[in-house]
Design a protein around this ligand. Sequence first.
Ligand SMILES: NC(=O)c1ccc[n+]([C@@H]2O[C@H](COP(=O)([O-])OP(=O)(O)OC[C@H]3O[C@@H](n4cnc5c(N)ncnc54)[C@H](OP(=O)(O)O)[C@@H]3O)[C@@H](O)[C@H]2O)c1
Length: 245
Amino acid sequence: MAEIIQTKDFFLNTGAKIPAIGFGTWKAGPGEAAAAVQAAFEAGYRHFVRRAARKGAFTYGKEDRTVHDPDWDFIDTWREMEKLLATGKVKDIGVANFSTVNMSKLLGSCKVIPAVNQTEIQPLLPQKKLNALCQQHGIHQTAFGPLGGSGSTLHEDPIVNTIAKKRGCSSGNVLLSWGVRKGWSVIPKSTNPTRIASNLQKCFHMDDDETAQIDNLVTTLGGKRFNRPNWGTTVFHDDQEANVQ
Ligand SMILES: NC(=O)c1ccc[n+]([C@@H]2O[C@H](COP(=O)([O-])OP(=O)(O)OC[C@H]3O[C@@H](n4cnc5c(N)ncnc54)[C@H](OP(=O)(O)O)[C@@H]3O)[C@@H](O)[C@H]2O)c1
């Protein structure tokens, strides 16, 4: 029987499972996030980013030390995170926004290999070099901004829309289905109850031809990072080589 994408899981290097389609609430307005998370639980999501704990759901805690400490070294932070595993309260530890440069540095000194690297991945930022490195070390990639965020131009793309029309779903479902087909989990954000439900429930198993068409978008349209916060230090080391704008 064909696997149902709505309940598909990927395996982490710890043996834990992570649902392929998750849910984010970043930039949800005041009072919006709680309602969105409630709607997401009701729609069937089992993978939440930020503080949305419920028994049995996969959730994250996050820390951003650069905001507090200019001398921050992520190797030191990782060593502290490794100790958390011994408490039994934390099951899996991972990183976010790690480039191949920072990941290689971490892999050179860590005792525990990260279970997950959460980075922006969407058709115009396919992160090929980073994915190859993560795959080589058994690190699962989670795609944030899988729709291109609030400034996305991907929903107007004719190729995305042709596939959406053929499949009877939204452009969002095409972008998310592509991500799952490529092997990473996706965490779309929405505060719209209809989109919250359909983003999870209307994804489909993308075939080889559709995947090749979406893979090709970066060649025809050029590389683009939609979410580029100022980290005060170089974080996106791979962008220049991949010609990402
Ligand atoms: N680790 C990090 O540094 C980091 C950085 C950025 C994001 N994240 C996480 O990743 C999550 C997702 O990223 P994101 O919020 O930047 O971008 P995203 O999920 O790619 O896009 C969200 C935008 O798309 C709209 N949208 C949702 N479903 C849609 C659909 N089916 N069709 C058309 N538009 C749709 C949303 O509007 P509506 O709400 O109106 O539907 C919102 O404006 C965040 O919420 C956050 O949890 C992590």
